[in-house]
Design a protein around this ligand. Sequence first.
Ligand code: C5P
Length: 299
Amino acid sequence: MRLEQQGPSLLAQAPAKLNLSLNVLGRRQDGYHLLETLMVSVQLYDSLRFDPAESDELTLTATAVTPASTPLPVDDRNLILKAAQLLRAETGTNLGARIHLTKRIPSEAGMGGGSSDAATTLVALNQFWKLDLSHSQLHALAARLGSDINFFLENAPAAVCTGRGELVSPRAMCGPLHFVVVKPQSGLSTREVFQTWAKAGSGETSHTLAELETQLANGAGNESHWPLRNDLQPAAEELNPEVRGLLHRLRTVPSRGALLTGSGSACFLLCRSARHAAWVSGQVRSWRVGQVFAVRSGV
Ligand code: C5P
């Protein structure tokens, strides 16, 4: 994430993420699943603007840049307001803020947009309201709000996330990666995808991250195929035929690999270079199967 003070306002950019591997290790007693996932931050950003408010007013307004399959909630269901309210409850401050969100990261896509917005809100309001909470205090609040928020709080280009996703270990990358991301018209609910995975009785993962981590750290030859894996992909394909059809088509494009990100419904191709990604995105746009983004890794 990036923050910039502009007069009395604080402007923030909240990046998206892609999961290059997502291994489900088992199920916890509380219903959450134990994960081991390698995530990279990508340079597609939601923008948040924090303005001072009269008294204790705390409001959220939003502009959607790209068409959404479901309307964007700007009430208490939005993680931005949940994060702001949690900060107020924990610190006892009654300061207010007027928050405006410009939404570019598709929702119900597995790209972490809502989680990134929440992490950015925690960091931005900690600064805006001069709360002086430490990094580890913000991590504790992030884990209470959701599973992916800690990754964005860490502001690392890449990380292995474990537990239910909230334990973050940053990883070095040999250089930027280039992707084409496609978000089909319909989205997927994370909860439903995990439920479908559980019903299928797929059991624990058979993969490890070792090979992928080595490739991430050392780079790989231009033509090589990366060991991209997502244990949730079969469940997402079962729930959403658009995802199945899209992945089938993406596999026909020469690339380092095609995969579902998180619980979907967005899928991506790992490309060889920025030029390759620009060329591929042109091809994929002509299919008219949803929103297409050519993005590179980075916070
Ligand atoms: O934590 P978050 O709110 O992002 O998760 C949304 C839903 O996804 C959870 O309510 C849960 O049903 C499912 N989930 C899970 N195991 C995880 C993360 C999420 O079952 N590790």
